[in-house]
Ligand binder design. Structure first.
Ligand code: 5AD
Length: 355
């Protein structure tokens, strides 16, 4: 049996691998190992979550950003991005619509927009928690101070998504301008965990300069940090960034790694991401069949949604939007899964085993 396949078997049995084994699993990938990983990951996801798929209502509430990530379409230096910022009332209205549709988690995602001070963001979070006490609020607004994270948590925020992007410091420096460091990103992730958030990390697959060693470092980081959630999608290039013209990341490799992450972290909340849905027509379904258990339809008002362009051709219609929820349900049921009206908390939180 080839080495990668025997490592995949070991991963499925023990839910861990050493750094060197993770690298060999990535380097030695092939159709047979991929099929084994997919089946083992889907089985593991079913043993933890059954056939239930958690829904998150995504509200992309600002595309102003002070960061200049070289891969991202809403980077500060992109003068062609049409900027928008929803008002607090517009955010609440989007969530109200989502709640009526059955969403019990709202993900407020945005660029690092200085207009959104702690005071303003806390006010929105507490208004949401006041109006929808049965729902979870997830924030995804980048790097802030520990005090800021503490205030937002006290205002009621339950979860926080902050992808680590790459666990290799040199690769991080290649993807970001000098002021942005992996060290600072990891510091934020540790703060968020200590403050009691359910925390999401994650990376793009196939970003410029990424090697198999980088991906092995990502898996080792996830294995050790044990985030509650892992967001992972293919890198998709954007024409108005320094990486314009760089090839897109591989959807196949993304699926392979999704399965590996499910086996490393059986309890993790793992979305079939928008980027995966953009890269493949049936990306959402294939993500689920490779071990994902979450989908995040878009609740952003349509006029603004098309301006939140992290990469080219980003999906924003059809099953991506709330109005397409029925279609999404049909598509999930067609592959044997069922979207559910639930907060969908991390099982790690429910059993009190946070680390
Ligand atoms: N391709 C794919 N994903 C991207 N992101 C940002 N730019 C791109 C891109 N060009 C991802 C980053 C970020 C998340 C919100 O979107 O990983 O954390």
């Amino acid at each position: 049996m080839d080495e990668a396949l025997s490592l995949a078997r070991k991963l499925a049995g023990t839910h861990t691998l050493s750094d060197g084994e993770l690298l060999a699993l990535i380097r030695g990938r092939g159709p047979e190992t991929a099929a084994f990983l997919r089946e083992a990951a889907a089985k593991t996801a079913r043993s933890v979550f059954g056939r239930e798929i958690y829904l998150r209502g995504l509200v992309e509430f600002t595309n102003f950003c002070r960061c200049d990530c070289r891969y991202c379409g809403i980077r500060r230096s992109n003068g062609s991005a049409r900027r928008y910022r929803l008002t607090p009332e517009e955010i609440l209205a989007a969530c109200r619509e989502g709640h009526a549709l059955g969403f019990r988690t709202f993900v407020l995602q945005g660029g690092e927009d200085p207009w959104w001070t702690d005071e303003r963001l806390c006010a929105v979070v507490s208004a949401l928690k006041g109006e929808f006490p049965d729902s979870a609020v997830t924030l995804s607004v980048g790097e802030r101070s520990r005090e800021s994270y503490a205030r937002l948590r006290a205002a009621g925020a339950d979860r926080y998504l902050l992808r680590h992007e790459t666990a290799d410091p040199a690769h991080y420096a290649f993807l970001h301008p000098p002021g942005q460091t992996l060290e600072s990103r990891l510091h934020c992730l540790r703060d968020l965990k200590e403050l009691g958030y359910q925390v999401g990390a994650g990376m793009m697959v196939g970003s410029p300069g990424q090697t198999d060693e980088c991906l092995a470092a990502d898996l080792a980081f996830l294995r050790d940090f044990r985030p509650h959630m892992v967001g992972m999608g293919p890198y998709l290039s954007h024409p108005d960034t320094p990486f314009a013209g760089a090839p897109d990341g591989s959807a196949e490799l993304t699926l392979y790694l999704l399965s590996a992450v499910r086996l490393l972290l059986p309890q993790a909340l793992l979305p079939a991401t928008t980027a995966l849905g953009t890269a493949l027509p049936d990306g959402r379904e294939r993500g689920i069949l490779h071990g994902a258990n979450v989908v995040m339809p878009n609740l952003t008002p349509p006029e603004q949604r098309e301006k939140y362009l992290l990469y080219h051709d980003k999906l924003s219609a059809g099953a991506e939007c709330a109005a397409g929820l029925e279609e999404l349900g049909r598509r999930l049921r067609a592959v044997g899964y069922e979207p559910v009206v639930q907060r969908g908390d991390s099982p790690l939180m429910l059993t009190g085993k946070q680390s």
